[in-house]
Design a protein around this ligand. Structure first.
Ligand code: FAD
Length: 299
C-alpha cells in the first residue's frame, strides 16, 4: 500500500456516481449542476436513489429518464421492493425499460419506521434476490445489488451475509456496490472473505465523502459502519469552517480511494449527495480527468 500520494492513475480507474432525486427547484438546479460537472469525467454509469418505500417513485423516474435522454451518461435506477406488490415493482421496471434505461440497482429497502423489523409485502418480492430474479424475467436488465463489508444488520453473521450476496449474484446480478466504510482494510478483509466463499463477482467499493461528520456518524450507526477515532479527531473544531471541512473530506476520501487502488481496486462508486465539487476534486486527485469526447458531449 505504499503507492505515491495521489498517483496519476487516470485511465485505469473507472468511476461511477450516485445522486438522489431533487425535492425542490433549488435542489433540481444543484443536481443538474452536479450531473453536468461530473459528466466530462466519463463515469461508467450514474445512479439515482429510490426514496424509502418508493416515496420518490416519480422523481426518481423523471431524473433517471432525463439523464438517459439528455446527457451522454448511462443512467441506472435504484429500485426497492419493500412495501410494494410485485405488480407495482414490475410496472416501475417496465417504465424504465420503455425509457431506454437498461441498468437497475435492485434493493430490498427498509421499513418506513426507523428501526422496524423488515417484513416483506404479502404480494411483493421478499428480498433483493427475489427482486433480481423478477427483473430478469421481465427484461435483460444489467443489475447491480448492495454488499456489506461490515455485514448487514439483519444478517445473523458474516457467513449468512455472504450467502445472501451469493443468492443475489446467482439470481442474475452483474455486480455489487458496497455500503460505505471508512478504512481500506475493512474492504480488503471483505474481499478475502468473498474469495474464500468462492464469490468472484465485481464488488465496487462505495465511497462516501464525509462532508458533514455528524450526519455520517448517524448514518454509520444505522448501518453498522465503524467510525474510526482518527476521523472524529480530524473533524474536531471544524463545525464553523465549511471550506476547511470540504478540504479535509476530499483528502480523506482521496486517501481511502488511493489505498484501495493501490490494493488492486479498479472501480469506485461515489455517493455524491448531489455535491459535484467534492466528487470532482477527489476524482481529480486520483488522476481521473475530463475526456475530450465526454466534454464535447456535455457541451
Ligand atoms: P437484501 O440483500 O435482500 O437483504 C439484506 C439483509 O436482510 C440480509 O441479511 C438478508 O438475509 C436479510 N433479509 C432479506 N430479506 C429478508 C426477509 N424477507 N426477512 C428477513 N430478513 C431478510 N435503500 C433505499 O431505500 N433506496 C435506495 O436507493 C438505496 N440504495 C442503496 C444503494 C447501495 C449501494 C446500498 C449498499 C444500499 C442502498 N439502500 C437503499 C439501502 C438498502 O435498501 C438497505 O441496506 C436494506 O436494509 C437492505 O437492502 P438489500 O438490497 O441489501 O437487501
Amino acid at each position: 500500500l505504499d503507492a505515491p500520494l495521489y498517483a496519476d492513475v487516470g485511465g485505469a480507474l473507472e468511476v461511477s456516481f450516485e445522486f438522489f432525486p431533487p425535492k425542490t427547484d433549488k435542489m433540481e438546479e444543484q443536481l443538474w449542476g452536479a450531473v453536468r460537472t461530473l459528466e466530462p469525467l466519463a463515469p461508467r454509469f450514474v445512479s439515482v436513489t429510490y426514496g424509502a418505500g418508493g416515496s420518490t417513485r416519480e422523481r426518481t423516474h423523471a431524473t433517471v429518464a432525463r439523464i438517459q435522454r439528455d446527457t451522454s451518461l448511462a443512467a441506472a435506477a435504484h429500485l426497492t421492493c419493500v412495501e410494494a406488490t410485485r405488480d407495482e415493482v414490475d410496472q416501475v421496471a417496465r417504465e424504465y425499460w420503455a425509457a431506454g434505461v437498461r441498468h437497475i440497482v435492485a434493493l430490498r429497502g427498509d421499513m418506513p419506521t426507523a428501526g422496524a423489523t423488515f417484513a416483506p409485502h404479502p404480494g411483493g418480492y421478499e428480498n433483493a434476490a427475489a427482486l433480481v430474479a423478477g427483473l430478469k424475467r421481465l427484461h435483460p436488465f444489467e443489475i447491480s445489488v448492495a454488499a456489506y463489508p461490515e455485514c448487514h444488520p439483519d444478517s445473523a453473521d458474516d457467513a449468512a451475509d455472504l450467502d445472501n450476496l451469493k443468492r443475489k449474484m446467482d439470481a442474475g446480478a452483474t455486480r455489487a456496490i458496497t455500503q460505505f466504510f471508512h478504512e481500506p482494510d475493512t474492504f480488503f478483509r471483505y474481499r478475502d472473505r468473498l474469495a474464500a466463499a468462492g464469490i468472484d463477482a465485481e464488488i465496487v467499493p462505495g465511497i462516501m465523502p464525509v462532508a458533514n461528520f455528524a450526519s455520517v456518524v448517524r448514518m454509520s450507526a444505522m448501518c453498522g459502519t465503524d467510525v474510526p477515532a482518527w476521523m472524529a479527531r480530524l473533524f474536531d473544531g471544524l463545525d464553523d469552517r465549511p471550506a476547511a471541512r470540504q478540504l479535509v473530506a476530499a483528502t480523506i476520501a482521496a486517501e481511502l480511494s488511493r489505498k484501495l487502488y493501490a490494493g488492486g481496486v479498479k472501480q469506485l462508486h461515489f455517493y455524491t449527495l448531489n455535491r459535484a465539487e467534492l466528487a470532482y476534486a477527489i476524482c481529480h486527485l486520483l488522476g481521473v480527468r475530463a475526456t475530450s469526447v465526454a466534454t464535447e458531449a456535455a457541451a
